[in-house]
Every structure is written in C-alpha cells, then in structure tokens.
Design a protein around this ligand. Structure first.
Ligand code: ADP
Ligand code: MG
Length: 390
C-alpha cells in the first residue's frame, strides 16, 4: 500500500525526521492562504501516488499569491501524467504547500527489503533529486548499498561508512546518524517494504531535511497496521483494482495490451505474460486468483477482466494445487453466461480435478478453446492472432 508524500512526511515528523513546514490543501483558497502564511516563498506539490512529479510539472516554486492561484487552477482536479502513471495519469485531489527550502546538496536515500539477503538494505547516492533508475544505469558506481542485520539493525560503523561515502560534512554527521536510525526504526515498526527520500537535502543553512517522502507498506502486514490502512487513499487506485482488493484478488492493469490473463500465483503470472508476448500479443492486465478460490471469487475475477475495455481475448493459465479446476471452470462458465461476454477464452488447466474442469469447459457452449499445457495455449493464441480471429 502506497502512502502519499504528505502522509509519509507526517510519519517522518512522528519519528523526528526533519521535514519542511507544510500544509495540505484541497481548495484554491487554502493554497492562497498557506502561500501567504509562508511569506510568498512556497513550493506547491501535487499529491498523487507517483514519483517524477517535478519533471512532469507537478511541483512548482511560487513567489506570489497570483502565481499560486494560476498554478492551482491548472492542476487541482486535473490528471497529472508522469513517466510512472501511464497515459491516463492520476487525478490530483490534494496539494502540499511547503516552505521553499534553499538547497545546497541533494542526496538519494532509501531503505528496501533486499530479497537476496532477506534483510533490510540501505541504498543511497550522492546523485539525489534525479531518477535513481537513471543513475543506476549510467553511473552504477554512484549507488551505495548497505545490507543491515535483521537482528542488530543498522550498526553505527555502517552509518559512519555511509557518511564517508556520501561526503557528509563532519558537523552534520550526528544529525545524519539520527535521521538514519529513526528512518530504520520507522521502516521496521511500520512494516515497510520501501522508505525513500529523494532528495534528502543539505540546506544552505547546513540542515539535513527530507524534501520528498515515499513509503510503501507491506500489504500482508496491514492487518497489524490498522491506522495506516485507514488512511489509504483509494481515489488513487484504478476502479478495477479496488474491486479486486475487495475480493482478495491481485489485479494489475498493464498499458497497451489486449490479452487478459487469469492465473494463480505470481510466478505463473510472469510465465503467462512472457508466453503472451511470445505469441505476438501484449497482456492488457493480469489477475492472480491466489491459492484457494471459490466459485464466487472466480466469478468476480472474470467480471473484473471483462470490464477492462482493452481485453479482446482471455488467457487462463491455472495450475491447480489447493484451488480446484472444476471450481474455477464453474466460476468462469457462470460469469461468462451472466455477463453475456463474447470475449474468446484460451484455457490451460492442470492439477487437481483438471479432467472434470476441462470437461465442464468443453461442454459449456461458450467460445472456449482448451489447451493441454501453456505451450499449447500459446500456440492456440498465436494461431488465433495470425488468423485475425482476434
Ligand atoms: P518528485 O520526486 O515526484 O519529482 P520531489 O518532491 O522530489 O517530487 O520534488 C522534485 C524537486 O523539486 C526536488 O528534487 C527538489 O529539487 C524540488 N523541491 C521539492 N520540494 C521542495 C521544497 N520544499 N523546497 C525547494 N525545492 C523543493
Ligand atoms: Mg522525489
């Protein structure tokens, strides 16, 4: 679950991590008021679940009330498109009005879970403020990675080494150390999978301040992070994603494709998308029905996929272990009949009760082609595409 910048900064301030003075606004009047309060020297920032807002025109330094009014009019209630949002963009409902900070240096600082070492890892760089993926591509030597012990946390000697590599002035090392320790504490206590500050700045007045803040909470830990779950901004999610969350399904919309993918398990999702591309088409989405699925859950899954207007064919790839093929087949058949969907389906089903499942599908009188395995399914898909059936 993603938090907004203003929500992340609120958490930062609970952990004594310095942030600029700022106010959240939802109307033009509020923005003008706050800019006035900040002596006409403010930065207005679109609050959407995306980075790259600066380059996309979502962050604006203003030095007058008039300027703040015209910027707010141009952005509030509008869709902001960034390289991370897809072509539709995300609606801007809230703006953060902050004091303009005089920047001396911009540092990149984040904590993530390192899946190789099964431990938190600090990633930082002197090249802050810009796209970190770009830094990693063009100047990989500028990325500093420090794996922390899940038991001991982040040791002081590791922080000292980071300070050295980031060239933190001696006078700021105690300050910087405190920020790293607090951020690490927040990361652990709030079950984060990512805490990112880009940029963490050293101001002209020689203070260390978090100018941006991005926090991602582990969805599987939300049951014990109730206060965070309660502040989730659902307006930032796609309608179909909300519907999927409600039914305990994982749905991800993908740009530019026309094949809907229904799978069970993330690994199978990746294999299915690879094979879709191999067949010459792009996936429009993928929907993971998870391990144990009921008929009702499959029905909702099918309805979500057919609600995606980009979907012209559905590829179902099921490896039934705990889930039963006949249950999945019944769910698909019920939902296809109920929605009167004319979208053709290519279905590969293996594992528990697959024979019963395939029989149900083959006898359903729906536009379903069953496949013996994923390779066969891909060939059927390829054939359909080349014949122009889809
Ligand atoms: P994003 O990462 O989405 O582009 P940021 O919050 O990092 O958004 O803002 C982009 C850039 O705008 C920052 O790198 C920084 O240079 C500048 N900026 C952001 N907030 C402030 C602020 N309060 N004062 C001065 N400059 C700011
Ligand atoms: Mg940023």
């Amino acid at each position: 679950m993603n938090l907004h910048e203003y929500q992340s900064k609120e958490l930062f301030s609970h952990y004594n991590i310095p942030i600029p003075v700022g106010f959240l606004a939802t109307t033009i009047e509020q923005v003008k008021n706050y800019v006035d309060k900040l002596n006409n020297n403010a930065v207005i920032k679109a609050q959407i679940h995306s980075g790259g807002r600066g380059k996309a025109g979502g962050v604006k330094l203003v030095s007058s009330i008039d300027e703040s009014e015209s910027f707010t009019k141009s952005i509030l209630g509008k869709f902001l498109i960034t390289p991370q949002t897809g072509s539709k963009g995300i609606k801007v409902n809230k703006l953060l009005v902050e004091e303009a900070t005089s920047i001396d240096r911009e540092i990149y600082f984040s904590i993530v879970i390192d899946n190789n070492d099964y431990a938190p890892m600090i990633i930082c760089s002197t090249e802050g403020g810009m796209d970190i993926e770009e830094v990693s591509r063009t100047m990989p030597e500028k990325i500093i990675k420090t794996v922390c012990s899940p038991i001991l946390g982040v040791s002081n000697y590791k922080i000292r080494k980071i300070c050295e590599e980031l060239n933190i002035p001696k006078s700021l090392i105690p300050n910087f150390t405190e920020i790293v320790n607090s951020l690490y504490k927040l990361f652990i206590e709030k079950d984060c999978i990512l805490v990112e500050i880009n940029p963490l700045v050293i101001t002209k007045e020689q203070k260390v301040i978090a100018l941006d803040a991005k926090i991602n909470i582990d969805d599987d830990a939300l049951f014990r992070q109730k206060s965070l779950k309660d502040i989730e901004d659902k307006s930032q999610l796609e309608k179909l994603e909300i519907e999927a969350n409600r039914n305990d399904l994982s749905y991800v919309k993908l740009e530019g494709g026309r094949v809907g993918c229904m799978v069970n398990g993330a690994g199978l999702a990746m294999a299915t998308m690879d094979i879709t591309k191999w067949a010459g088409a792009q996936p429009a989405n993928f929907l993971d029905i998870g391990g144990s699925a009921t008929v009702e859950k499959i029905e909702s899954a099918f309805k979500i996929i057919v609600s995606d207007k980009d979907v012209e064919v559905i590829l179902v790839n099921l490896f039934a272990g705990i889930a039963r093929s006949d249950v999945v087949a019944n769910g698909i058949i019920n939902a296809a009949k109920e929605t009167e969907s004319k979208i053709p389906l290519v279905i590969s089903m293996r594992g528990t009760n697959s024979e019963e499942g395939l029989k149900l599908l083959n006898n359903s009188n729906l536009d379903i082609t069953t496949a013996t395995d994923l390779e066969n399914a891909a060939n059927i898909l390829k054939q359909k595409l080349s014949q122009g059936d889809i």
